[in-house]
Design a protein. Sequence first.
Length: 557
Amino acid sequence: MTSTATIINHEQFRKLFPFYFLLDQDLNLLEIGPVLARIAVEMVPGSMLTDHFKLSRFGQNVLDEEFLKRQLGSLIVFESVNSDPALFLRMQVLLLENPVRYLFVGSPWLRDAGEMKRLGIVLPDFPLHDSTVDLLQLNQTTNVSLRDAKELNITLERRVADRTSELSLANAELSRVMRSKDDFLSTMSHELRTPLNAILGLSESLSENIYGELNEKQARSIETIAESGHHLLSLINDLLDIAKIGAGKMDLDMSSANVEDACKSSMRFISGLASKKKISVSLTIDPSAATIHADQRRLKQILVNLLSNAVKFTNDGGHVALQTKGDRERNALDISIIDNGIGISTIDLERLFRPFTQLDSKLSRQYSGTGLGLSLVLRLTELHGGSVEVKSELGKGSCFTVSLPWNESKTELSHEHSVKNRAKATSNDATMGPLILIADDNEINLSTVCDYLLAHGFRVIQARNGLEAVQAVRNHNPELVLMDIQMPVMDGIDAIKSLRADRSFVSIPILALTSRAMIGDQDRCIEAGADEYLSKPVHLKQLVKIILSRLSGAKPR
């Protein structure tokens, strides 16, 4: 090889660098090193390099003359496209002149001894450490000795090892910080949900006249308390959802979702605020796109967030529209929320989906909000494999379009109707007075749930810690247990495990009712033996339905 003749001849080069290949300007293989030719038999002179390898660093074939000139002297990692498992090569590109050719020198990127055995290579196949190729260009111009090159190579390896150690420490610290964040969110979730459960439970009981009749003014006040509590709950849930998605722990409950039901339910959610601002709302449904494979609850969450924003940022007397349209060519369902509100400037659109961001500080004083809604919309949409498009003009309004994969389903709605009818039938059994054990160390929550269940025909016994709960089950044999998780003496997890260890109580329905709603909490409760996991605050009406469904032997949806 002409450019290396000042140091070594061709045969010496082949012995020192058995992992190399030579390319012409058209990226045709001219020559392959002896060991490389042995382990990559498909590489033969005359074939194209891109037929065999891609650039692992770029994830695609971008090899051309301009790219190679930019990478002269750089270390490049190739990944084979034909081998299974893939062969990785660490190569440095050098330019040879007269004629112009490209020389790649390096070795396989081996991460463990098993890969050497798999490739069929041995230590004698490595006359030089692969990092020595970094010094080849320097050798060509300065004629330094191999001994000096090895010493420099050792220095480079030491620097790499030091840097790797620093990165390992940084990653360990990052992991610790992330765990601390999750612990903090879990604690705050419990501390916020516990009093909020009492607020919503009591307001629901008062609105149903459980403690006596209310006058009109009192009823309006209770309604305001409930609305504020539910608003606070939605903020807590948004924060926890963002944390779950960020940790990669958000699981979707995918099924055949009814598009019209989701849209109408979401429109009802914002109808009160729209009515107060005298904003007209309209709904246009594409009848050809009746169902979509999605998480129905998360789909409603996406729509409610977008509709709430549309109403919030639309002036009194404006208009908000929700439209759906199926696109068979794209196999997509487009759901658009259109308003004639304040609009968004072009310069602000790129910051639109960042969490905890309101685009104009003046808006935060005029319009309340945490800035989590749109970030959550984008992340939930992406989890469904979809996208969000925004068109807006300042002062004229906005159009947010959520595009979701449209997998037409033949699932009928009869299953949903049968479930509703079964729930309705079992609700009549409440008058028979099933005995329910409620275990909770918070007196307000305990009395609120007890009063509500008593008012609906259940018999109730109480326990204030896990040990009392286990003893009460053994003494009174209730038909169902509502078990709080964080309790003194014995927590709910241990209490559930203790009951499941007793053959007499293997089949008793146990519902974990807890303020904890962080990643892994549900799995821990189910693994302990709970039949269902309910995070506080829970709607008491829904709780009754779940209890009746469990008592009837059906698993609620």
